[in-house]
Write a protein that binds this ligand. Sequence first.
Ligand SMILES: CC(C)(COP(=O)(O)OP(=O)(O)OC[C@H]1O[C@@H](n2cnc3c(N)ncnc32)[C@H](O)[C@@H]1OP(=O)(O)O)[C@@H](O)C(=O)NCCC(=O)NCCS
Length: 226
Amino acid sequence: MIESLHDSSKRLPMNQGLTRVIRGPYTAFRLFLDRICIPVWLRWLGVTCGQGCSFIGRPIITLAPGGTIALGEGVRVFSRANSNPAGLPHPTILAALTPESAITIGKNTAISGASIAARVKVTIGSHVMIGAGACIWDTDFHPVDPYKRHQHPTRDARCAPVVIQDDVFIGARAMILKGVTVGWGAVIGAGAVVTRNVEAGQVVAGNPAVVIGSSLRNIERVREDS
Ligand SMILES: CC(C)(COP(=O)(O)OP(=O)(O)OC[C@H]1O[C@@H](n2cnc3c(N)ncnc32)[C@H](O)[C@@H]1OP(=O)(O)O)[C@@H](O)C(=O)NCCC(=O)NCCS
């Protein structure tokens, strides 16, 4: 009895089997886009992709001539709406806005429909998890002074480099703004607005983000792991 139950549980219900047959070519086409076309297209645009980078869906790339976007080994970039159960509000956006801009992302970092924009420099470490719809911007995009905005909508916007160190976890829809450094292993709560530096191992949340706890319970194990 147990065996027969076990056997029948291996069989797919007919509707699921049919769905697989019907969707097979579509799935194969998507795999072809994700595994072949998108990496080739990114390299053609001038994005540096380390070995084993993977993409689900097409990210949105802005790369000014002379700017750099560099993805380390094993970086995973999610851009299709259903590629994360949290739901992506938009594809991942990587924007190096000027010839001096640089976005650098370390190995094994995962990005889910986030927006990362640099006028100067955004540096993201290894093993960082960036939640759905998070924003990491080193610029205000527009100047604060209306007179300057009349003269030019973006030119005099304030900017300062952003650094996200290794093993940081950034919650969904968090915003990390210009000049911020987030220390090793820190956690940024969902929806947090971070305008000041976060120390290693702090858990911060809210608007403006304040410290609500510590993430460093297994510090030695993580060090052994990496
Ligand atoms: C930051 C986070 C990790 C903290 O989890 P936790 O350590 O279990 O914290 P708790 O739930 O015990 O909350 C501690 C306090 O912080 C508050 N808090 C927790 N997360 C918060 C957030 N995102 N924004 C504002 N306040 C928050 C709680 O209300 C609680 O306040 P209180 O002590 O006054 O009651 C978690 O709340 C979170 O935001 N996770 C992100 C989930 C996510 O976005 N995943 C990625 C999907 S792609």
